[in-house]
Design a protein around this ligand. Structure first.
Ligand SMILES: [Zn+2]
Length: 328
């Protein structure tokens, strides 16, 4: 009989937990923070995946998630470290990857507070973290001249580059940012942290669906496959001792943490579908006939969709259109 009050107490405690849980969830979006290396973290659930590196120099963040989750992303970073956010690197101009730019940059502090050459950027941002991207990301975010820009000025990249590789050395490791032209869109970058051995891939690699190729914004199947190949070439798998589960980690634009083999499979899948579509085009089939021939068969259960913002047919059409416009 003495166990009864205890049982009631436990039940009451459980009830309190149940009651307080929805309130907490309403207060902040449910983000998942995963420590993937001693000084490297991944945040999932904020829109596109976010990666951040922590060290002596401060925090280097890759992508900022959606605008609606910006405060939660900042809070998640601050929970891990009190070091200032120094850099924010963008992998594309998509709202689910740059929407939190203004909030993340504002929560940070540029490395360049002493004026000089970089003083312009420091003044421009009011001392917030620098935002680095491929030049085309700034073009997309600022919008064509004479039209209202789709993002506030505080969200725009403060530092852009045009060469195939941009690099820096922070927190004791080399950081390489590779421009992948005409892939998912025209401003894609993949970011490689060499000592941590982590690559943040952006939307050229999306484990939740077929890769989104935005032909209207300069994307192409050729560049998409080249970007996947670059990921494969940059990463090293856990060989010859596969049981160790070591090797390079790849954070996709969306979906779970991956290794090189995952990217190899994804690249092969995209290449096979591209080859099928190309063969059907050579046979003279129209786009509608090619769609009807299901060139993505065998992969639709895992990556396909008949509804939503990126259907299987959208993918097939993007592959078709980018090959029609740039036939080898
Ligand atoms: Zn995305």
């Amino acid at each position: 009989m003495r166990r009864v009050p205890g049982t009631i107490a436990i039940a009451a405690a459980a009830l309190v937990t149940l009651i307080s849980l929805p309130a907490q969830q309403a207060a902040s979006p449910k983000l998942e923070v995963l420590q993937v290396r001693p000084n490297f973290y991944m945040i999932a659930g904020a829109g596109g995946n976010v990666g951040f590196q922590v060290g002596e120099d401060g925090v280097v963040v890759v992508d900022s998630g959606s605008a609606s989750n910006a405060d939660a992303v900042v809070a998640a970073i601050k929970k891990v470290t009190t070091k200032p956010i120094r850099y924010l690197i963008n992998t594309s101009a998509d709202p689910d990857h740059v929407g939190g730019n203004a909030a993340v940059a504002k929560a940070g502090q540029t490395l360049f507070t002493q004026g000089g050459g970089a003083g312009i950027a420091a003044d421009f941002l009011g001392g917030g973290a620098s935002i680095l991207s491929v030049e085309q990301v700034l073009t997309r975010m600022s919008g064509p001249s004479g039209q209202p820009s789709p993002f506030p000025v505080a969200a725009w990249p403060t530092e852009t580059f045009n060469q195939p590789r941009k690099y820096m050395y922070l927190n004791g490791e080399g950081i390489e940012v590779f421009h992948q032209p005409a892939a998912h869109a025209d401003g894609d970058a993949i970011v490689f942290f060499r000592r941590s051995d982590v690559v943040v891939a952006g939307d050229v690699f999306d484990t939740t669906r077929f890769p989104v190729i935005d032909v209207a914004k300069g994307g192409s199947i050729r560049g998409e496959i080249a970007a996947l190949q670059k990921l494969v070439d940059t990463a090293i798998p856990s060989v010859p001792i596969v049981s160790r589960e070591e090797g390079t980690l790849i954070i996709p634009g969306h979906g779970r943490l991956c290794d090189q083999l995952d990217v190899v499979e994804y690249r092969d899948m995209v290449t096979i579908i591209r080859d099928r579509i190309r063969d059907l085009m050579k046979q003279g089939l129209s786009l509608e006939q090619i769609k009807a021939a299901s060139p993505a068969r065998g992969y639709t259960r895992r990556y396909g969709s008949d509804t939503g913002s990126w259907t299987t047919n959208d993918f097939v059409e993007a592959v078709y259109r980018s090959m029609t416009e740039k036939m080898p």
